[in-house]
Unconditional design. Structure first.
Lengths: 129, 129
């Protein structure tokens, strides 16, 4: 896919990164947010699979590379000032979060405390333990 | 509201900021993404109205302060590593974006070009022109 029109609309930050929000294309649930640089954005569009830039590891992070929980790109949107992208994705394997929850946003703030209000897809201890 | 449990779960970045995604609590449409510091996060919880920190203006930005398009907080979630918040909001005045679109993510990338695929609520020229 010719990514140039999208690249041109993106304002990368001082570290060369742009925010990438992954939203379930069917349910509209927000699954996670991470970053992409220009190269991983191009890779995402070329492969149709969400590919982030890991700030902590300073490395290409093809989502689901090890877990199999890849995210297939269904749609791409850019916001008004170009510093954030919104991807509609198909979440393969159901869990976007390494904790085993469907969404990374599984903790809800209620009456002064945080409650686990997320759907647990797998026990991470079974995977990483 | 006692915000401390939430504050404790947040990892503010080097600039003292945390990402804040605003999602329509009814339709699940992602409306915008911006930043909060600890003070505006507390203000958001205290007032029940989305209050961001403007990085460009380096100032408190109570959403809708001038336009009337405020965002009422319905729910608050925090992600696994605490560097992003997801707010379910009621968007008053229908348009979250200063361009007059309902969502800031009104441009969709299709077949190598960006198309305006967003719902235009008002003509910004009528407001700011």
């Amino acid at each position: 896919m010719d990514a140039q029109a999208l690249i041109d609309a993106v304002t990368f930050d001082d570290d060369g990164l742009v925010l990438a929000i992954a939203q379930d294309a069917d349910t509209q649930q927000v699954l996670m947010v991470a970053y992409m640089n220009e190269a991983t954005l191009r890779q995402t569009l070329d492969t149709g699979q969400m590919t982030y830039w890991s700030r902590s590891r300073q490395a290409v992070w093809q989502k689901g590379e090890t877990s199999g929980n890849i995210q297939r790109v269904r749609s791409v949107r850019v916001d008004c000032d170009g510093d954030a992208l919104l991807f509609g994705v198909e979440q393969v394997g159901d869990a976007a979060c390494h904790t085993g929850h469907r969404s990374c946003f599984y903790r809800r703030f209620e009456e002064g405390t945080l409650v686990d209000a997320g759907e647990l897809i797998f026990d991470p201890d079974d995977v990483y333990g």
